[in-house]
Design a protein around this ligand. Structure first.
Ligand code: HEM
Length: 168
């Protein structure tokens, strides 16, 4: 996977700083980003208040209750994902995504309140991954435990300590 990312970056950028015009050619980079947000969605839960009673998939929702939708849980649901805990950017290739229900993956929410920064955030992250990963290999410091901390956003409790090695 890392090799494939590096191969794409060499082919598309060849050492140049990435620009907006490169985004459409950095397809695997985007798949890596999407897969990262599948396992660790920054907005790991969103909530809604019910204004009236309702029934959802057989569950009674009383009026004035809070309904939590967790992308973290849905993104790892075995009904939608093979080997849900495994990191595999291939899930987000056109072939890998075929037939998956739309809301099996919702890092930016959905419907009328969907994130208005969605495309900006993707664009920015794709550029940052491309620029950093073409210059460095990043390795987790051995023994460092990466533990998710579910606050308003999902964050690493003890940070993520990495060693950067120049690729040039
Ligand atoms: C990786 C980055 C981001 C993630 C994962 C994310 C996630 C989300 C999610 C899940 C929602 C829906 C909340 C809900 O339905 O209750 C949301 C809403 C929103 N986001 Fe983002 N967001 C990101 C970046 C941004 C950026 C960069 C901006 C602005 C430049 C932004 C602005 C907003 C706004 C204004 C809303 C509220 C939209 C509304 O209620 O009509 N977000 N975001």
């Amino acid at each position: 996977m890392e090799r494939r990312l590096h191969a794409e970056l060499s082919e598309v950028l060849g050492g140049r700083v990435p620009t907006l015009f490169d985004l459409k050619n950095l397809k695997y980079t985007l798949q890596v980003l999407n897969e990262s947000m599948r396992l660790y969605p920054p907005a790991w839960e969103i909530g809604r208040e019910s204004i009236g009673s309702d029934k959802l998939d057989g569950y009674d929702i009383p009026a004035n209750s809070t309904v939590i939708l967790s992308s973290y849980v849905t993104h790892r649901h075995p009904d939608f994902w093979d080997n849900p805990e495994g990191f595999d950017p291939e899930r987000f290739s056109p072939l890998g995504s075929a037939g998956r229900p739309q809301y099996a993956y919702f890092p930016f929410g959905g419907g009328p309140r969907t994130c208005i920064g969605n495309n900006f955030a993707l664009m920015e992250a794709q550029l940052v991954i491309a620029d950093v990963a073409q210059r460095y290999r990043l390795e987790l410091v051995p023994g460092h435990l990466v533990e998710p901390q579910p606050m308003i956003t999902l964050r690493p409790r003890n940070g993520i300590f990495m060693t950067l090695r120049s690729r040039s």
